[in-house]
Design a protein around this ligand. Structure first.
Ligand SMILES: Cc1cc2nc3c(=O)[nH]c(=O)nc-3n(C[C@H](O)[C@H](O)[C@H](O)COP(=O)(O)O)c2cc1C
Length: 178
């Protein structure tokens, strides 16, 4: 068993791929939040979530709530997969812009939610393939694109798995130095 754990959830796989790359760089165990892994044996717990509708997945939030007493005594780090930069530049009104955060801000917010001693936070890009979305997500995004971006729904792929692997290595180095 490794000393570090990466816990994540993912709807369409982007955050899962990031979690795998981070776990590889960090030489950590990896688990989906749905399997409710026991965080107690680990020195460092890295939490990951994609951003949907400006928020973390509820499964990740509820995992953090349930594990707060344990995580408070551990080192934690957090990462997100989001399209925040792309949304921020989408020409929304000033008022709505205030509700949006950068990828990095989302990651730092997630680390704070985890409690514990924060050793790192990193916002990553993500991936969106319109043909893979379920009806609810596709309808929501089609509306978003049509009314706020004035263009048809299009996908993107800004996943940087090499950056994720390097961040895992950096976390490992920070842990060794601490
Ligand atoms: C319905 C829907 C809503 C989304 N909302 C946001 C959002 O509010 N902010 C953002 O930065 N990215 C948003 N995204 C982009 C996702 O965060 C991005 O595609 C991410 O890589 C998905 O990760 P996953 O494949 O692990 O679920 C949204 C994507 C979908 C499909």
């Amino acid at each position: 068993m490794a000393k570090y754990l990466v816990v994540y959830d993912s709807k369409y796989g982007a955050t899962k791929e990031l979690a795998q790359a981070i776990a590889e760089g960090l030489q950590a165990d990896i688990a989906n939040v749905e399997t409710d892994p026991d965080v107690r044996p680990y020195e460092l717990v890295v939490i990951g979530s994609p951003i949907y509708g400006g928020d973390y997945l509820e499964s990740v939030r509820s995992f953090l709530r349930a594990n707060r007493p344990f995580l408070a005594k551990r080192k934690v780090a957090a990462f997100v997969s989001a399209a925040a930069e792309w949304e921020r530049s989408a020409g929304l009104t000033g008022e709505e812009d205030d509700l949006l955060f950068t990828q990095q801000e989302y990651a730092e917010g997630l680390a704070k939610l985890a409690g514990g001693q924060v050793v790192g936070a990193r916002g990553f890009g993500g991936r969106l393939v319109p043909e893979h979305l379920d009806d609810r997500d596709r309808n929501m995004l089609e509306w978003f694109y049509r009314f706020l971006m004035h263009e048809p729904l299009k996908g993107f792929d800004t996943l940087d798995l090499e950056a994720a692997r390097r961040w895992g290595e950096e976390l490992a180095a920070a842990m060794r130095a601490s």
